[in-house]
Design a protein. Structure first.
Length: 663
């Protein structure tokens, strides 16, 4: 007869848990993993539960107890300390001693002879005694032996008192009897990333636009000359679009024209020519030695280099000759170029991830990332990942991070919401978002509440880019300098990780008429910039990044809360540390044209500020100070003068015979 197997205890509704454990959650080194679950069983037994966790691949578990809250809900937490993958589960068991102790305590006041109950308890204590240290074993066996030799009622009372003592409880809880236990059957995975996965400021630029001579390549050495300025503005990630050799066949000319001249450099996303492909550098930029020198020089400024992984091949890419079966074929046998109707990319051949030789193709794509990781590049921005199989990304990211757990992957997927989400679930560290097209108060609140307060926060970290080489948003085209200023405040404070594409600091906003695209885009041409041209907001950006650096509340992603303002154009929100030692509130005008005023409501109860308490709000962006009292207060924001406040809350605290700010 086949034995009936069953779980003695129900463990369900575990959080965080993505799609029943199908995908990992994400954390940062040093962060706590806060776990809740519903744990219960039939009857009235007292239960105990603990979280078991370990580095994935290890054999020994670490354990932390869980605490019963109410209505069968339990909670506990543990800290992840290594940049690697972890797994965790929950084990619950009937606490036989506490259950027996509880019953004994209830009976002791009404039943005189409890010898049978005491004998029942010795069987439970015996199990723990066999697990105990010598000192505790002696203590427990002394109790067991006295119960077994028990004769007088008075002796029984003394033994009941001992059984119910705190000392007995403390000893027994050290050696629990877990014979009536249940372990949650799924081991839940955690990807633990380094800090830069959650807190960073990205600056994107084309290296060939770092030069000073019209019509000529800027080089890695020219980029080195830009490092002091990028550092001064406060950016710690310098991201390059593809730096590989560019195809010659069907090379695009200025403004994406189909005809190019002999000196036109082409689009960097059409990768590959006779000098190499994805594991080569465009000779116009420099050599591998030049790249390494730049990488080390950037590191001296606290800047890390990020590279683009664009899975595109020009018709001249070595893969076309070596692996023609990796591409899509037309009925006539020719290779099909890329299209995203109505856009056509005649200079690019997309790879077919479902081809018959897909395993070798997948491994080759992995090896590209490993190649650059070996060169010291540990941040990868991936171009259009939503046009490749999710299964590939899940496999590839895990393969890379098994060797280089510090590699960060940014998903550039402006696509359907569910595809964006599943790419993050599959392993992408950070993700592009719809921030670029969220301009009005209600939609901003709705979207960022979903990003930072729903289940998404456990797997999706939104990297807010104000603009990209492909996207010049309408708000920047039409709103001018005020729009640039309040949009960068939003990007830098709504999320703990954000980025700008170069030219933003110059308020560059000349579009292709009728499109969200840059006129004379440097995707197709060399460009020489006047980095000090009038109207720039470099100092403003530097101030914002300094504020981010100096305020720990802005280093976190999921601590965002929106608060009430009476004006539909005034957005009011804040971030704070758990201990309230750092509180930041942001009020900004979403209208780049008109001045707006509003009463805003500071969440004084949430911030533990008494209604009659006077507190200071220091606008660290504009260096202004105000004394406020109570929740309701007033702001006035003129986009042409001061589009935003970034308030740091400071409370008065008495010190000896004077007053000082509590920071």
């Amino acid at each position: 007869m086949v034995p009936i197997k069953f779980d003695k205890i129900i463990i369900e509704n575990i959080k965080p848990c993505i799609d029943g454990g199908r995908y990992p959650i994400k954390k940062i080194v040093g962060e706590p993993v806060k776990v809740t679950a519903d744990i219960f069983k039939d009857g009235h037994d007292i239960l105990a539960a603990e979280i078991k966790y370990r580095v994935k691949g290890k054999t020994c578990w670490q354990k932390v107890p869980m605490k019963h809250i109410c209505n069968d809900e339990w909670k506990g937490q543990f800290k992840v300390t290594c940049n690697t993958r972890y797994e965790y589960t929950i084990e619950a068991y009937t606490e036989r001693f506490l259950s027996w102790r509880d019953e004994l305590e209830k009976k002791s006041g009404s039943i005189e002879d409890l010898k049978s109950e005491l004998l029942e308890g010795t069987a439970i204590i015996q199990v723990s005694a066999d697990l105990a240290s010598e000192e505790d074993k002696t203590y427990l066996y002394d109790f067991i032996n006295k119960v077994k030799s028990l004769k007088e009622i008075e002796e029984q009372k003394l033994l009941i008192t001992k059984a119910l003592s705190d000392e007995m409880k403390a000893v027994m809880l050290k050696y629990p009897d877990k014979s009536l236990n249940t372990e949650y059957s799924n081991y839940l995975d955690i990807i633990v990333d380094r800090l830069e996965a959650r807190y960073a400021a990205w600056y994107e630029m084309f290296p060939r636009s770092a030069g000073t001579v019209e019509g000529q390549y800027g080089t890695f050495k020219d980029v080195e000359n830009r490092l002091p300025e990028i550092h001064r503005m406060g950016f710690n990630v310098l991201y390059f679009p593809p730096i590989h050799p560019i195809g010659r066949t069907n090379r695009k000319g200025p403004n994406n024209s189909l005809i190019s001249g002999p000196n036109d450099p082409g689009c960097p996303y059409a990768i590959g020519n006779e000098t190499g492909g994805h594991m080569a550098i465009d000779p116009g930029l420099g050599t591998f030695e030049d790249f390494e020198h730049l990488r080390q020089k950037a590191a001296e400024y606290g800047i890390e280099i990020a590279l683009d992984f664009a899975i595109n091949c020009s018709p001249d890419h070595p893969y076309v000759k070596e692996h023609p079966d990796w591409f899509y074929k037309r009925p006539d046998g020719t290779i099909k170029y890329a299209e995203n109707p109505p856009k056509k990319y005649e200079d690019v051949y997309p790879l077919n991830f479902y081809c018959e030789d897909r395993e070798n193709l997948w491994r080759e794509m992995r090896d590209i990332i490993l190649f650059w990781a070996e060169k010291g590049v540990r941040i990868i921005r991936v171009d259009n990942p939503h046009t490749k199989p999710v299964a590939f990304w899940e496999w590839m990211i895990k393969e890379v991070q098994n060797q280089y757990p510090d590699v960060i992957f940014l998903s550039e997927a402006f696509t359907r919401p569910k595809m964006m989400k599943v790419l993050a679930k599959a392993g992408f560290t950070q993700s592009y978002t719809y921030f670029t097209w969220r301009n009005f108060k209600d939609e901003i609140i709705e979207y960022f509440t979903e990003l930072t307060q729903s289940e998404m926060k456990d797997y999706f970290t939104g990297n807010l880019f104000t603009n990209t080489p492909d996207i010049l948003p309408t708000i920047l085209q039409e709103g001018g300098r005020p729009a640039f200023k309040f949009r960068v405040v939003m990007a830098a404070t709504l999320s703990s990780v954000y980025g700008i594409y170069s030219g933003f600091e110059l308020c560059e906003n000349t579009p292709v008429p009728g499109k969200e695209e840059y006129l004379n885009s440097e995707k197709y041409d060399f460009k020489v910039w006047d980095w000090d041209r009038p109207g720039n907001i470099k100092d403003y950006i530097a101030r914002i990044n300094t504020i981010r650096r100096d305020n720990p509340a802005l280093h976190y992603y999921d601590n965002l809360n929106f608060y009430e303002s009476e004006n539909h154009y005034i957005l009011f929100y804040g971030k704070k540390t758990e201990d309230l030692s750092n509180i930041i509130l942001v009020a900004l005008n979403l209208d780049p044209y008109q001045k707006h005023e509003s009463f805003i409501y500071v969440p004084i109860e949430e911030l533990q500020i008494h209604p009659e308490e006077t507190y200071q709000v220091h606008d660290v962006l504009n260096n202004e100070r105000y004394l406020w009292k109570g929740s309701k207060n007033f702001v006035s924001l003129d986009p042409h003068v001061k589009p935003a406040h970034i308030f740091k809350i400071r409370r008065w605290r008495k010190r000896e015979n004077d007053f000082d700010y509590f920071i």
